[in-house]
Design a protein around this ligand. Structure first.
Ligand SMILES: CC(C)(COP(=O)(O)OP(=O)(O)OC[C@H]1O[C@@H](n2cnc3c(N)ncnc32)[C@H](O)[C@@H]1OP(=O)(O)O)[C@@H](O)C(=O)NCCC(=O)NCCS
Length: 413
């Protein structure tokens, strides 16, 4: 039997359409989950968060990575699907280094962007600009040709630090820096060399930044990753997905929390003052940045690693400021647990680590971008393998359509 399509209105009288809509939104109501809490939106083999044996990337425990690996190994694992052997890793490190030379038009754009811009806006613009100059593939064949996705992901990760620091030094110090360093330099080494314009950054600081990159690399369907997958689900390109994700990461409830946590900690000059201030914030029902998590309710496993690094760095630097900073952070942690039973998330002590590495506060979230681009790319690639357009419904609570009458412009009061 041939079934011809007839628009709904041809099948039903308009009043029946209205009652149909009412039924529809009433039935949606039953599945409504504000903030998508508890909703499973995709299948993934990339990461476990809060299930099974803690946090794992492609089955491997992140604790082992934090102990034994470099960020490049993790980026390779996430994007290319397996842990590299020594030869593959050496090649990958030098390939990433080869992408640090920025294209001239990108440098011109970075020079034109205001020196007052938020560094997250700079990175969002870098991702978008790279999508214009080095697109993944031509638009017409976007959904068919995915051959450049791995290359594009690597380029983005390798270019973000150099681009941010090119913009920074041009506007802050009036210099056009060379963004390449030694071909064997890791992303952490390159970042600190460019930031501080030195050939010999402190090894413990390089180690600390490298470890935070590993811990920030992937976290399942965090808001930015979900946003990247939504963009990908429309058969869009990787640069668009990463641009979307950066915009989503920027907010203080997500990636911006590390900057907000440092602002909180640094406003106090000693632990007693911190206790008093945080008690007042709790009383005023304010959100304390760097605490709590949508998934981890018994603590963020990454937190202990960054806390240990923050303590070691503060002791190594051994100034009154470095020691006080750590003590203030610890007191806030103690008060939050005592008063609210809330535990620190990764962002809290990561902010202390970054400050102790002399990294400007506004670069904390951009470092998160460099790391998480590996996770975003892994999800983009995975979404494409078995794509379904993501298109949820809303629970309509607006004016009742059955009593909302349209009047042409001149008949309106
Ligand atoms: C991450 C976050 C958005 C998770 O939110 P969530 O899943 O909705 O948290 P919950 O609903 O489980 O919170 C339970 C209670 O603790 C409170 N709470 C959670 N995190 C809090 C925080 N950081 N400061 C103060 N109170 C907090 C909530 O207000 C809620 O209180 P209520 O029951 O009286 O309304 C939230 O913890 C937060 O805003 N944290 C600060 C920002 C941050 O650090 N983000 C980085 C996340 S990795």
């Amino acid at each position: 039997m041939i079934r011809s399509f007839r628009p709904l209105k041809n099948l039903l009288h308009v009043s029946q359409v209205r009652s149909f809509h009412k039924t529809l939104y009433l039935s949606n109501n039953q599945n409504y989950s504000p903030g998508l809490v508890g909703v499973i939106a995709s299948e993934s083999s990339i990461c476990t968060v809060g299930t099974g044996e803690g946090l794992n990337y492609r089955g491997y425990n992140v604790m082992d990575f934090a102990e034994h690996s470099s960020f490049e190994e993790i980026a390779f694992l996430l994007i290319h699907g397996h842990l590299p052997n020594k030869k593959e890793l050496d090649l990958y490190v030098s390939k990433m280094a080869s992408h640090r030379e920025l294209q001239k038009p990108l440098k011109t754009i970075l020079e034109q962007l205001p020196n007052t811009s938020n560094p997250m806006d700079i990175l969002r613009t870098v991702a978008s600009t790279m999508g214009c100059f080095e697109p993944e593939c031509d638009n017409a064949s976007l959904h068919k040709s995915k051959n450049n996705q791995w290359e594009s992901a690597d380029k983005l990760i390798a270019s973000f630090g150099p681009a941010l620091l090119y913009w920074h030094h041009f506007h802050q110090n009036g210099i056009r820096i060379t963004t390449t360093t030694l071909p064997q330099d890791t992303i952490a080494q390159n970042f600190l060399k460019l930031l501080k314009q030195t050939q010999e950054p402190d090894e413990d600081m390089v180690h600390a930044v490298d470890k935070t990159l590993i811990l920030y690399a992937e976290h399942d369907l965090a808001a930015s990753t979900f946003a990247a997958r939504v963009t990908t689900s429309t058969s869009s390109d990787l640069f668009s997905a990463v641009t979307t994700a950066i915009g989503t990461l920027r907010g203080p409830l997500h990636g911006g929390a590390n900057e907000a946590a440092y602002k909180l900690i640094s406003q106090f000059s000693d632990p007693d003052q911190a206790e008093e201030g945080v008690m007042k914030m709790i009383k005023d029902k304010e959100i304390i940045m760097g605490f709590g998590h949508r998934v981890y309710k018994k603590g963020d496993p990454r937190s202990a690693i960054v806390k240990k690094m923050a303590k070691a760095l503060s002791e190594k630097i051994n100034t009154q400021e470095s020691k006080d900073l750590f003590k203030i952070a610890e007191r806030i942690e103690k008060v939050m647990y005592r008063e609210k039973k809330l535990l620190t998330n990764l962002d809290f002590y990561a902010s202390v680590v970054y400050h102790l590495c002399n990294i400007p506060t506004s670069f904390f979230t951009p470092i998160f971008v460099i790391a998480r681009t590996s996770g975003w790319a892994a999800h983009v690639i995975e979404q494409r393998e078995d794509n379904v357009l993501m298109r949820p419904l809303s629970n309509y609570v607006g004016p009742d359509p059955s009593s909302t009458e349209f009047r042409p412009l001149l008949q309106r009061q």
